[in-house]
Design a protein around this ligand. Sequence first.
Ligand code: NAD
Length: 337
Amino acid sequence: SSSTTPITATLFPGDGIGPEIAESVKKVFTTAGVPINWEEHYVSTEIDPRTQSFLTWESLESVRRNKVGLKGPMATPIGKGHRSLNLTLRKELNLYANVRPCYSLPGYKTRYDDVNLITIRENTEGEYSGLEHQVVRGVVESLKIITRQASLRVAEYAFHYAKTHGRERVSAIHKANIMQKTDGLFLKCCREVAEKYPEITYEEVVIDNCCMMLVKNPALFDVLVMPNLYGDIISDLCAGLVGGLGLTPSCNIGEDGVALAEAVHGSAPDIAGKNLANPTALLLSGVMMLRHLKLNEQAEQIHKAIINTIAEGKYRTADLGGSSTTTDFTKAICDHL
Ligand code: NAD
């Protein structure tokens, strides 16, 4: 369904290689005729007292208003008295689920060639609640918070995602044999939601077994949903299965229908400003954003052009064993459109 009324989306080019790979996205989207107007926002050099962070209130308002955005990597400045950029975005925009598709790219050889799974990570609580303290000297405590509300919300998102993306199975990843109360509640919520989706197969897999299965045969999995820390670890493991940081996209889902897509990697200061960065992860994140906007035709077209460029092997960036610059690789993708 291609629409002709332009959609406004927020773009955070970010730091380091961010502006270079954001330029690549703009170029590819323009060439593909995607009806998007970018509203660009940069990380400020001063702390905004309204957000206690280097992200300004106006930047956050832009995402809230547009409900959709694309984010490059951000390097959190060192020093006291401010919140980390990613934490600010997550809290202020209520980004409760992190979605990472993980699939083998045809033509780019890795250990596996049939990976096609999605990890969905609860993003607001669990072990990341920031509740750590010393009980007495030599004894510290960290609280893992699991709530019915957040568990139902992420489970509902996972099943809805499975249903609307032609997926057949949802696996809840847990350690409820040990964390009986917390992971127990998480599973209970997943089971409740599963009942509303009889067409989707539901299973529960203990996390240690899940790791073993993932490295032995990742094709066993379809959609995985899990609490925060497990999601952090498993999603990086899965990125490693298909070729690493330069290729892996993600999207953060917030309340009120907000979607903020972002590459998984950081600002890569070692190669910044040298026209060497691989823009694939940010481009594929942009493709996720287009799918979220139901611009499926353009999403598919851009996705194919990226895959074909990498598969052809003539233009590849250094991280994929090639010698192309960011701009040459981008031009090759545009030529494939
Ligand atoms: P990094 O991901 O920036 O770099 C790790 C290695 O991967 C480097 O050798 C880098 O050159 C390479 N790499 C990463 N992305 C690449 C790409 N697109 N193309 C080619 N090579 C690529 O991780 P880091 O060095 O640990 O972190 C650097 C900075 O990024 C830190 O300030 C960190 O806080 C920040 N960071 C931000 C995010 C985010 O905004 N989501 C995520 C991770 C790290």
